[in-house]
Design a protein around this ligand. Structure first.
Ligand SMILES: O=C(COP(=O)(O)O)[C@@H](O)[C@H](O)[C@H](O)COP(=O)(O)O
Length: 281
């Protein structure tokens, strides 16, 4: 028989995924991590209650937030959706030499009190401060797993040696390395960068050895179809979905984009058809 914890981990992880094993998760940590200017394109979305209510209504599978935003607006996330609480971050105001470090800003016990279904933390693989983030992740994962909670790793390769050796942090060999490191450090779900093609992202998925890999959305694309095409390739590559912020909240009306993403992720619809069906193009 399974240990109690592993049953808890699996049950809670399922709250993010539909029966197809895929998920569309809304990311709402930008006010802290990027700064409130990210909300300037549609300023009313600076209010977490307003935007979270909209994304939940549109059919999002889960929401990721820092603890303070969960306190303000967590009750907008219906109990049939996944709630992911992220316990590490950094501000953009830090000195440049500290930008390659995510600090722990909350505790697993508090995330659980807030109703979390999963706990998230970032590791910048390749950072000079990789050691600090590895330890943070190990402590968070060990404690959360012990209580039956899944752990999500934002596995972001970033650091001077990466730039020197590979030129760009999105090189598939680097992203693949980060995903593998995430799997080997006990992540139950991985969020990472787009590598530029279906073929290379499939290698990232393989390297994660069965741990679901989700795309980290990235900057808003002017043409909604460009983003839907990327998500479609992620799915074709065996990816488990996407965690999306700006491509949702920087649109005046986020609903058609969410519905088109759901068509692509959950119904295997062609991105152009999905965009047309939702009136995006
Ligand atoms: O991981 C984050 C930041 O990553 P970044 O340093 O911008 O590469 C988060 O702030 C977001 O949750 C993540 O980027 C997803 O949101 P979008 O990229 O889709 O806006």
């Amino acid at each position: 028989m399974d240990a109690y914890q592993s049953v808890g981990i699996r049950r809670r992880l399922k709250r993010f995924f539909r029966r197809d094993g895929r998920a569309l998760i809304f990311a709402m940590d930008h006010g802290f991590e990027h700064g409130p200017t990210d909300f300037e394109p549609v300023w009313e979305h600076i209010n977490p209650r307003i935007i979270i209510r909209k994304v939940v209504r549109a059919g999002i599978d889960g929401v990721m937030m820092l603890p303070g935003i969960v306190r303000m607006a967590g009750d907008e996330v219906k109990s049939d959706r996944g709630l992911m609480v992220k316990l590490t971050s950094k501000t953009n105001l830090r000195p440049k030499e500290e930008q390659l470090l995510q600090s722990q800003l909350g505790f697993v016990d508090d995330a659980i009190k807030l109703g979390a279904d999963a706990i998230a933390a970032t590791v910048y693989w390749g950072s000079p401060q990789e050691d600090v983030m590895m330890r943070q992740f190990a402590e968070i994962a060990s404690y959360a797993h012990d209580l039956g909670f899944p752990v999500v790793q934002f596995a972001y390769p970033r650091g001077p040696y990466i730039n020197e050796k590979y030129g760009r942090k999105e090189d598939y060999r680097v992203v693949m390395y980060g995903a593998r490191a995430a799997a080997e450090t006990g992540a139950d779900m991985i969020k990472t960068y787009w590598t530029g093609s279906k073929e290379t992202f499939a290698k990232v998925v393989d390297a994660a050895a069965g741990v679901p890999v989700l795309l980290s959305g990235g900057a808003k694309t002017e043409n909604p179809l460009d983003f839907l095409n990327v998500v479609w390739e992620v799915i074709e590559a065996g990816g488990a979905g996407a965690v999306v912020g700006r491509n949702i909240f920087q649109r005046e009306n986020p609903e058609p984009m969410i519905k088109a993403l759901i068509r692509v992720i959950h119904r295997n619809e062609d991105p152009e058809e999905a965009a047309k069906a939702e009136g995006l193009i």
